[in-house]
Design a protein around this ligand. Structure first.
Ligand SMILES: [Fe+2]
Length: 362
């Protein structure tokens, strides 16, 4: 089918593009509009290069299809050069009645994507248009992915800075809290790894364990430093720290993945914990792990009102809490884990690898 006898009948259907057609002959513009319109594209016409440039200023196009010989001072080659200067990624297909080597070299130098000698077959034009638009879509998708990757990097960086700030805030309150948080984070992570949990859960355990008592920044010092067991009213105040920690993180999107761990690190398997009295499987899995690591570290550490438990006494206490405070399926593997030396490794843990939280960013 030639251009002159074009009777568009193709059933090709792709996402519609916006194509600028520039030709001084109304008949050719009409034929191209009809043909490209039947392919699902929106076609905008311009009779001259100046009119085409004016349209390019005003709206976005996916492709420019232009004749070489245009009325006025500017030719199709001038239009090509202008388009490439303004939008280097915008494809231009040229049509000419007189194809020669000089024209081809000139057009290629100026960045033409394809060219056709009139009269041409509409099937060939369709293939060329399709190639250009496919390439443009691919380019757009690649850009989107690059932008997403850059955004992800920024979020990771923001998350890391915020975590460092929160750790510094916790450390500024009490040195003991700091070492406790570091040990709990390291032990929770190593236990999560021993259970074969995915890397994301391991990182949630590490950071969730490090920050689990964040809410204690709002707990009065008199209660945190009291050298005697707390009474019921004092316990209620201290227990608010789980909720306060979660509420501090909740508004920050990049830290939201840690909220369930921090909020639920004092929930008990039998439903007697706080703040939500969750029970059994309703308790977030990583919170169950941090619950154990937190309890172990508290038991084997000295308190103002008691000496540290021995390891065997601490193990017995954990064992006694199976199915009550602790998830029963985790108790035996946890005790095997700490008895294998994991707790000693955790005790020497330094600041958690905050860089490692990247997979929970965003
Ligand atoms: Fe706590």
């Amino acid at each position: 089918m030639s251009m002159e006898e074009a009777r568009p009948g193709s059933t090709t259907r792709r996402p519609g593009a916006t194509i600028l057609v520039t030709d001084d002959e109304p008949g050719i513009r009409q034929a191209l509009c009809l043909f490209l319109g039947r392919l699902g594209h929106e076609v905008v016409e311009a009779p001259t290069a100046d009119a085409a440039l004016e349209l390019l200023e005003r709206r976005r196009f996916d492709l420019v299809l232009s004749d070489i010989a245009l009325p006025g001072a500017a030719t199709g080659l001038d239009l090509l050069a202008q388009v490439k200067q303004r939008a280097p990624d915008l494809d231009v297909i040229l049509m000419t009645g007189h194809m020669d080597v000089d024209f081809a070299v000139n057009a290629i130098k100026r960045g033409v994507t394809d060219f056709f000698k009139k009269p041409f077959l509409f099937e060939e034009l369709e293939q060329s248009v399709t190639r250009c638009l496919d390439r443009r879509r691919l380019l757009g998708r690649t850009r989107e992915l690059e932008q997403l990757a850059a955004r992800h990097e920024t979020l990771k960086s923001v998350q890391r800075d915020l975590l460092l700030t929160l750790c510094a805030l916790i450390d500024a309150r009490h040195a003991w809290s700091r070492r406790h948080g570091e040990r709990v984070g390291a032990l929770a992570r190593s236990f999560a790894a021993a259970l074969g949990l995915p890397e994301r859960e391991q990182k949630l355990a590490l950071i969730g364990g490090r920050l689990h008592d964040l809410g204690k920044v709002a707990t009065p010092d008199a209660l945190l430093q009291k050298e005697a067991p707390l009474d019921a009213a004092e316990r209620a105040i201290v227990q608010r720290h789980a909720l306060v920690g979660a509420q501090l993180l909740e508004p920050i999107a990049v830290l939201r993945p840690f909220v369930p761990v921090i909020r639920s690190h004092h929930e008990n398997w039998d439903g007697s914990g706080y703040p939500d009295r969750l029970a059994g499987e309703a308790i977030p899995p990583v919170a169950r792990i941090v619950r154990l690591a937190d309890a172990w570290d508290a038991l084997v550490s000295p308190r103002a009102w008691r000496a540290a438990f021995t390891r065997s006494a601490a193990a017995a206490a954990i064992e006694a809490g199976s199915g009550k405070a602790f998830a029963p399926d985790l108790v035996a593997p946890f005790l095997a884990h700490v008895q294998g030396g994991a707790a000693e490794c955790a005790a020497t843990a330094e600041t958690p690898e905050l860089d490692a939280c990247e997979s929970v960013a965003g």
